[in-house]
Write a new protein. Sequence first.
Length: 330
Amino acid sequence: MVYIALPKEENRRLVFYLAMEEYVARYMDEDDCFFMWQSDPTVIFGRNQLIENEVNMDYCRAHGIQTYRRKSGGGCVYSDRSNVMFSYIAKDERVNFTFNRYINMLVLVLHRLGVDAQASGRNDILIGGRKVSGNAFYHIPGRSIVHGTMLYDTNMEHMVGSITPSNEKLVSKGVQSVRQHIALLKDHIDITIDEFKAFVRQNLCDREITLDDEAVRKIEEIEQEYLTDSFIYGNNPRYSLVRKGRIEGVGELEIRMELKNNVIKEANIMGDYFLVGDIDNRILQPLHNVALTEEAITDALPERLDDIILNLRKEDFVRLITSNETIIQP
């Protein structure tokens, strides 16, 4: 695997590295590429999440924490310079296969360090039952992109405060609770964060390509999309009905619909799920002008949904969208 390096070390925004992934995927003809990066305190939320549901913007502004959206699914993540972010780009459209391969590679690296790590759930790596790494993925034609965290260390108060209410008592309790569920790699290895990065690179990569200044310029152009308000905050259409629920192995789903005479006119699906297929053409468009009944929705949707949203069974989705447990919007 080839390591992708920048021509010089600079303190970049987190979204520069997301744009760098896209550049590698679109313009470099390598089978497997990998690089590592770190950022100033930042909250990064998933492609299909609502920022107002996930991020405590007042806390972030007060503490200088940046907020950005990524193009992969999954949940909200806090990152700072005490943890390491990984990016893996493969010449393969089988995003599930690529994702599993990436997770297994990281687990093997940790094993080589003497850490008893295991893959778990949809996207996590655990040490002793505690999460040390969360990961997400998406794909463009011909390429799969996987990225994730590795918690060497982190600012626990910022991690909790940026994504939970800023009431001091709640933050204090939140830090205690989160600390019981996450692992910090520094507690399990006797090397510095820079030594850890060098070990990962040595074990995963056998050669290096250094990008030139023209490549950096193109990355900066791609980065501009991530900085627009329309991408960060999204365009939330009108809706009159919301169905919300958690489906095991899939994640939190919030289905927002505009109804007229109990017929779906518009629909959107928010949440921390992982996309593996074309949600617009295979789920959202087929729901247009369909009656909000179990029979009509079952007939309108394709038989399989797990090749569109990871692990989603059609019967579970139909049950959620037609459930009476709703939030009605004025």
